[in-house]
Design a protein around this ligand. Structure first.
Ligand code: SAH
Length: 359
């Protein structure tokens, strides 16, 4: 039975489910979830990400990791971890840059945290010849060595619950069935004992509040690790840099927004990263956090403008004006405020006292 029919049957039997439970089923159902069954990244797929737009992205993140290893005092062993490596392009580009950092390769123990079997296969192909190990969850990666973690567009696929401010108070948005037995959004009472954050008090009627326990649990995990073992974690995603209301649940199929309820498991389903809650949970766990900065500010500090210029000059010198133009287009896509430059944000969680590059 396909996922849609199974969800409908479950809802008919047990009642409407939370948006978080719906997201988890759509993304990770073992038989029919998007990432378990049919993730399609890239220009020909459902959605595109920064490392697939330009090799400069992964290279700069590689340089960031090398620089952080240096600032940590070049520990002889470090766990280099990527969460949600997609098709492996980011890590491939990062390792190319890291090869120029003497001593790093000998120190690094590379782990890819990836729940999706088809994506693991793509990563293995992309990183053929590289000594890497895979884990399904971060807590399967051993500790006791400093952590250097990178994650691009992973927070946005961690599930969130949604709450709606009505005339009479808060209610939880759930996925239920309408009169024709089609999936539909509805409202249910907020479960007893469930506490909404203080800023929710200011919400106007109609406001939607998203809370992702999975995002904050990940922040606490990473925070505890870097507090205990040392290190730094870099997370880049589209999301908010201050507490805000809004329904950001979005489904993408063939680069087109579709209704999140239309085709369960067939589309990528995301919510905005909640960076303020993420930072607070990491700090609570004993780590320090950087300010939340825009992707363009972060990449600019790491030197993307110079890198693009050098690549453009080299392309022109070879008479390849087409390549020079392509690099300019890629740079604009990553950096311009009306493209990825402002909506996407970066934050790092780090051991106390470490000065993090790029912020
Ligand atoms: N970082 C890549 C891919 C982003 S797509 C890029 O920038 O191109 C999201 C990635 O996160 C996929 O690899 C997906 O399988 C993975 N993912 C989804 N849920 C996850 C979870 N709970 N823990 C770790 N990775 C997850």
């Amino acid at each position: 039975m396909d996922l849609e029919r199974r969800l409908k049957r479950q809802i008919a039997l047990e009642g409407p489910i939370t948006v978080a439970a719906y997201m988890t089923a759509c993304l990770h159902d073992p038989d029919d979830g998007y990432y378990a069954a049919r993730p399609r990244l890239g220009a020909e797929g459902d959605f595109i990400t920064a490392p697939l737009i330009s090799q400069m992205f992964g290279e700069l993140i590689g340089l960031w990791a090398g620089e952080m290893w240096d600032r940590m005092g070049r520990p002889p062993a470090v766990r280099l971890v990527e969460l949600g490596p997609g098709d492996g392009t980011l890590m491939r580009d990062a390792l190319r840059a890291l090869n120029h950092v003497p001593g790093f390769a000998a120190a690094a123990d590379l782990w890819l945290v990836e729940p999706s079997a088809p994506l693991r296969a793509l990563q293995a192909a992309q990183l053929a010849g590289v000594d890497a190990r895979w884990a399904g969850r971060l807590d399967e990666v051993p500790g006791s060595a400093p952590l250097l973690l990178i994650a691009n567009e992973v927070l946005d696929c961690l599930p969130a619950r949604q709450f709606v401010r009505t005339e009479t108070g808060w209610a939880e948005r759930r996925v239920g069935l309408d009169a024709d037995d089609e999936l539909t959004f509805g409202l249910a009472p907020v479960p007893g004992g469930f506490e909404l954050p203080a800023f929710a008090k200011t919400a106007p009627t109609g406001a939607v509040l998203e809370l992702s326990a999975a995002q904050t649990a990940l922040a606490a995990d990473i925070g505890q690790r870097v507090a205990e073992d040392g290190g730094a974690a870099l997370l880049i995603d589209y999301g908010r840099d201050r507490p805000a209301f809004g329904d950001t649940l979005q489904a993408l199929r063939n680069h087109t927004k579709v209704s999140p309820l239309a085709t369960p498991g067939q589309a990528d389903l995301t919510v905005h990263a909640d960076f303020p809650s993420f930072a607070a949970a990491a700090a609570q766990a004993g780590a320090e956090t950087t300010p939340i900065v825009s992707q363009s500010a972060f990449l600019r500090t790491l030197g993307i403008d110079l890198r693009a210029e050098a690549l453009t000059t080299a392309a022109k010198a070879r008479g390849r004006l087409d390549q020079a133009e392509r690099i300019a287009r890629q740079h604009a896509r990553l950096m311009e405020p009306d493209q990825m430059g402002t909506l996407f944000k970066a934050i790092a969680i780090h051991q106390k006292g470490l000065d993090v590059a790029g912020f």
